[in-house]
Design a protein around this ligand. Sequence first.
Ligand SMILES: C[S@@+](CC[C@H](N)C(=O)[O-])C[C@H]1O[C@@H](n2cnc3c(N)ncnc32)[C@H](O)[C@@H]1O
Length: 221
Amino acid sequence: MSERSKVVITGFEAKYYDELLNVLSFFQYPKFIKKVIFKETDVKSGSNIAELGVGNGRNAILFAQKTGKDGKVVGFDISDDMIDKAKRKTKKYPNIEIVKHSILEPYPAKYENFFDIAFISFVFHGLEDYEKERMLENLKFILKKGAKFYILDYSQTDINKTPFYYRFFIKKLECPLALEFLSYNLDKNLKKHGFVLTKRHFHFKNLISYSEYTYLADEAQ
Ligand SMILES: C[S@@+](CC[C@H](N)C(=O)[O-])C[C@H]1O[C@@H](n2cnc3c(N)ncnc32)[C@H](O)[C@@H]1O
């Protein structure tokens, strides 16, 4: 991973990831993520769902509840600390599998054309542009045609027009890649890989966006 990124979470941050997120969001995060997954994501009973950068498994559990016993949630991550946490947290859910795998590398053959949904939350902004390309290229291998790809991340916005606390957070606490991501052309770059924007929701005063892309393969380019 690039040294300009902070998205590989280990140690203290991994141990207290939920608590840190709760504090940073003024305790809005649990309610927010439930709304995103239960109301803004098109999960059908029996859907196979990939979470790219699964973290400690909080989102995976919500997806597992929504897809039910006929579906499957596979969470990919590279941090041993996060994987340990996610495995412990999700052990009561037989439909969740946590896999150590970098989303920048080709996926195991058994996942070819397997997923109806892919979800990536607060990981995309921390990839260098060439890594974003690699991630998308690899993702195509595991998605069914017509699958939905959801990106939850910072909105594309003019940093100078955002509230002072957000400017402070992005410039001083986040990684340099996060600031660059605010002017990244998400829709155009996704389209190059066959993903077409089908829905977008804004949250936290439009600072966070949740984008739904439909994977149309070669037709979209
Ligand atoms: C900021 S956390 C977000 C975790 C989770 N998606 C969430 O929203 O709670 C980023 C996660 O992505 C993982 N990650 C970073 N780079 C990765 C890569 N190349 N492949 C797989 N996981 C990665 C990190 O280890 C970490 O668990």
